[in-house]
Write a protein that binds this ligand. Structure first.
Ligand SMILES: Nc1ncnc2c1ncn2[C@@H]1O[C@H](COP(=O)(O)OP(=O)(O)OP(=O)(O)O)[C@@H](O)[C@H]1O
Length: 328
């Protein structure tokens, strides 16, 4: 569906998912994914990632809101959506006695125009395992087989639920390369992950889910830019923190002192760093252990999770639900 010249391959608007017993796992989330984008859903355990992706895959109905994949309702218009999508579930569940090739052949029978099995198996690094039975595969090899099956129909849209969980470092890098190559070939990818470096390195945009809501969203750079940067150094002998110029004037928003080690937080990294270095120059001292760095996605993630938990605790204590909604 075209919106302002953008092709929104996935549209999610006010999505809610409620399980039997009334537990609301997804609490009104809104985001979209453009054609050719890699979009990552990040979140703590139980944040609602799988619950969201299952609705997008047409496996479950929404309790509220609306989802569209390639312009269609993935559940009620499944026939229009399913042949154009590839799905890698968290747990594949293949017949364990079949070989890799037999499994892929069986799966290919469900796909309208399957790609050559050998190509797909080679692409995921299983070329040497085609005769192995599924029960003989390692956990990481099963994830690769899962990915191969998702790719068999040459999908326009690929859903990957924790694609690299259980893979070793090399397998993870191979999968990242493959996802990048697919994206470069025009495939739209929505993935969930626990690995922040995976989202940082792969995703064009991402959303951080926390307790069923989107707590932050944007490009990885935008999400980290919203978090304070850090400057760490050791105070020279004979100096105390008060010897520096007034910290607010340097743009410092928070600080900790641990023995001689000083940690400053700032949202204006260049200004603060310049102020600290200019002071050291004037004082004629060397700042040992000087470390100046922007926030990483990991710090942003932990900061957001902490802030969201604190907000929820306050809301519970006061009996008020805080309305926070980030639309992407
Ligand atoms: N069938 C179910 N019945 C009841 N509650 C469920 C069901 N499936 C999931 N939940 C709950 O919904 C919440 C969201 O679960 P979900 O699996 O979507 O989270 P997730 O972000 O994918 O987590 P993880 O990273 O651990 O896979 C959790 O609190 C979970 O316990």
């Amino acid at each position: 569906m075209k919106t302002n010249g953008h092709d929104h391959v996935i549209e999610v608007s006010g999505l809610r998912r409620v399980y039997g017993g009334g537990f609301e796992a997804v609490r009104g989330i809104t985001f979209h994914v453009e054609r050719g984008e890699v979009f990552a859903l990040l979140g703590t355990n139980g944040a609602g990632k799988t619950s969201t992706v299952e609705v997008l895959e047409g496996l479950a109905p929404p309790a509220g809101g609306r989802v569209r994949v390639l312009g269609h309702d993935p559940r009620t218009e499944r026939a229009a959506v399913r042949p154009r999508t590839g799905v890698m579930l968290q747990e594949g569940g293949f017949p364990s006695e079949l070989t890799v090739t037999e499994t892929a052949r069986m799966w290919a029978g469900c796909v309208s125009a399957a790609r050559p099995l050998t190509d797909v198996l080679a692409r995921v690094g299983l070329a040497g395992k085609t005769g192995a039975r599924v029960k003989q595969l390692s956990g990481g090899e099963r994830r690769r087989l899962d990915l191969a099956l998702a790719l068999l129909g040459d999908p326009e849209v690929l859903f990957l639920d924790e694609p690299t969980t259980g893979l070793d470092a090399e397998g993870r890098r191979d999968t990242w390369e493959l996802v990048r190559a697919l994206r470069d070939g025009g495939t739209t990818v929505l993935l969930t992950t626990h690995y922040l470096e995976e989202a940082e390195g792969l995703a064009d945009r991402l959303a951080i889910l926390h307790e069923g809501r989107i707590a932050a969203a944007g490009t990885p750079a935008e999400v980290t830019a919203a978090q304070p940067a850090r400057i760490t150094f050791e105070l020279p002998d004979g100096y105390v923190l008060g010897d520096l110029p007034p910290l607010p004037g340097l743009g410092v928003t928070g600080h900790e002192v641990d023995g001689a080690v000083v940690r400053l937080r700032t949202r204006t990294l260049q200004r603060t760093a310049t102020g600290v270095l200019a002071w050291a120059e004037r004082a004629g001292v060397e700042l040992r252990g000087l470390d100046v760095r922007s926030a990483s996605l990991e710090e942003a993630f932990l900061g957001i999770a902490r802030a969201a938990s604190a907000e929820a605790a306050t809301a519970t204590a006061t009996g008020h639900e805080t309305e926070r909604a980030v639309a992407v």
